[in-house]
Each structure stands twice: as structure tokens, then as C-alpha cells.
Design a protein around this ligand. Structure first.
Ligand SMILES: C[S@@+](CC[C@H](N)C(=O)[O-])C[C@H]1O[C@@H](n2cnc3c(N)ncnc32)[C@H](O)[C@@H]1O
Length: 299
């Protein structure tokens, strides 16, 4: 594996912890639900690729979701799996061996902002699923993707749009907010607002679909196509403990942590009484907003 010391096994970090536990709270039913949903996102981004590529690079591969989907679809493709997390690269490497596809995979520790260690004009396809969302300098990431693509190569990404979470927070904050709304505002703020005193907007909630389109265009991509898919669905029923162990993205604290550190015992009681019945019955509505963007480097 490139960029990783073989002598020191990688330790868990916020990225591996979230993918392995934080997004499902360790609950098997929720895990199956998340797996089905993320697999559908990966298929949709690959559907936009018109011709089977010989080479592809996935940005922020995590445990390899997009890479395995691509290898099933195009058995001959050579995949460069990149991530900043040594723990996830090691996990993906183990999974590639289990699937019998290790010979077609290269594992590279690289920041999306530069994709260092990846040669110019070396890839026919660049993909990313829910990784650019966490990158502070998103224009630099699009420039790096452009750099590593061959002439005529294609980019296809699927990124969450979390900005609405900020806007719904702001609605709770306005003067008409109920006492419960004010508590919910503080909860959401812990997950999506700008860190106090931060010079930069929160990378997770500080961009729009238009921003991503512009960054891609400014990097040099052409024939850009963007679709924003907004889907509402009911969350699966979860016991309260599972719900509290979950967080909406890798940089957010878990709900248990937020309840313990940001609310008084009386406030915790109000929140639990208001939310727990819907959480446990599965009545909670969840809206996903996914930006699908693809484009081409002129041939
Ligand atoms: C939500 S996970 C998504 C993982 C995978 N793409 C998937 O679809 O399941 C976000 C991934 O982005 C990676 N990541 C975060 N910031 C990054 C950066 N600056 N450069 C490269 N990878 C990054 C994390 O390590 C993590 O694997």
C-alpha cells in the first residue's frame, strides 16, 4: 500500500469509526438499510459512465463501496483506491483480497485536494461518493481530479447536500421557535454549524450544488451535467440506544455525546420524550439530498 508504513498497523480514526459504527449505531437492521441506500447511490453515479473504462480512480474510497460496484460492472477495470484514512485503506485492501480482485487494485493514501502520488493524465474515469463533501478546498479537489484524468476522461460523483440542514436549523432559531425548536436548534448546530471562531465555512454544510458545478467548470471540465435528487423516506425503527450512538456524518459527534455534553438533565428529558416515540416506531421522515455531477476532460 502506498503512503502507509507496513510496520505500524493503522489505528481507527473518525472516518473508519463512522463507516463501521457511527452511521448505523452498530444495529444490523440499520446497517442493512444504509448498505442498500449507499449501494443505490453508487450505482447511480456509475450509470452516468457511458463506456467501460480501463482505468479509474475513486476519491475518498472508504471501505471500497464504489470500487467494488465498478469491478462488478467492468471486470477488467484497474482501480486506484485513494483515501486519507490509513485504517480504511487497510480495510479496503483486506476486502479486495477477500473478493479476489486485489491484483486489479492499487491502494494510495492521498488527500483529494492534491491526489499526490497519482500521475498526471493516468486515469480514464474519476469517481467520488460522499467524500468531496468533507474536503475543505473543493476547487483544489476538482483541479486534482482534472489533472489525473486522461484527455477524454470522465468524472462522475455523488455528494450529499447538507446545506438544507443549516437552513432548517435557522428556521428553528428564528423568534417564533418553540422551546422544543430551540433545543433542536442546539442539537443540529452541534452537527452542522460552523465550528465556533472558524475562519472557513464548515466544509460539510457550506456548499451548494451550484458551487460544485462551478468548481468543476473552473477546473476545466466540459459537458457538465448535474442532477439534484431529493428523496423523502421513513427511517427504519431504531431503539433509542442505537439512535443515540449514530451521527449524520463522520465529522459530527454522536447524538449520545451531544445530549451528554450540551444539555442539562431536564433538557435531555424534554428531547427524549419528544423524539423517542417516533424514533422507535420508525415514524421519523428522513430527506436525502444527493448531487450527481458528471463531466468530461476535453479529448
Ligand atoms: C462518508 S465516507 C464515504 C466513503 C466511500 N466513498 C463510500 O461511498 O462509502 C468519506 C470518506 O472520505 C474520506 N476523506 C475525507 N476527507 C478526505 C480528503 N481530504 N481526501 C481524501 N479522502 C478524504 C474519508 O476518509 C472517508 O473514507
Amino acid at each position: 500500500m502506498e503512503g502507509i508504513s507496513a510496520r505500524h498497523p493503522p489505528v481507527d480514526d473518525c472516518w473508519s469509526s463512522w463507516l463501521n459504527h457511527g452511521r448505523d449505531g452498530g444495529n444490523a437492521v440499520v446497517r442493512a438499510h444504509v448498505a442498500a441506500q449507499t449501494a443505490a447511490f453508487a450505482q447511480k453515479l456509475l450509470n452516468r459512465v457511458q463506456a467501460p473504462p480501463a482505468t479509474m480512480l475513486d476519491i475518498g474510497s472508504g471501505d471500497g463501496l464504489v470500487a467494488w460496484a465498478a469491478l462488478s460492472r467492468w471486470p477488467g477495470v484497474e482501480v486506484t483506491i485513494t483515501d486519507i484514512s490509513p485504517a480504511l485503506l487497510a480495510q479496503a485492501q483486506t476486502e479486495a483480497a477477500r473478493r479476489g480482485v486485489a491484483a486489479q487494485c492499487r491502494f494510495v493514501r492521498a488527500n483529494a485536494q492534491s491526489l499526490e502520488a497519482v500521475a498526471d493524465s493516468s486515469q480514464e474515469l474519476v469517481t467520488s461518493r460522499s467524500a468531496l463533501a468533507y474536503v475543505e478546498d473543493k476547487p483544489a479537489a476538482f483541479r486534482a481530479a482534472f489533472r489525473v484524468l486522461k484527455a477524454g476522461g470522465m468524472i462522475s460523483i455523488a455528494e450529499p447536500l447538507f446545506r438544507e440542514q443549516m437552513l432548517s436549523m435557522n428556521a428553528w432559531q428564528d423568534g417564533s421557535a418553540s422551546p422544543l425548536g430551540a433545543l433542536l436548534y442546539r442539537w443540529k448546530a452541534a452537527q452542522f454549524a460552523n465550528p465556533c471562531g472558524a475562519a472557513q465555512p464548515n466544509p460539510v454544510s457550506g456548499y451548494t450544488e451550484q458551487d460544485l458545478f462551478s468548481f468543476a467548470s473552473q477546473a476545466g471540465f466540459q459537458d457538465l451535467h448535474l442532477e439534484l435528487h431529493v428523496d423523502e423516506r421513513k427511517a427504519p425503527p431504531r431503539d433509542w440506544k442505537t439512535f443515540c450512538a449514530m451521527s449524520p456524518h463522520p465529522l459530527a459527534p454522536s447524538s449520545a455525546e451531544i445530549l451528554a455534553t450540551r444539555f442539562s438533565p431536564a433538557e435531555r428529558q424534554i428531547l427524549e420524550a419528544a423524539l423517542r416515540p417516533s424514533v422507535e416506531s420508525g415514524g421519523f421522515g428522513i430527506t436525502s439530498r444527493i448531487i450527481y455531477l458528471c463531466g468530461r476532460k476535453a479529448g
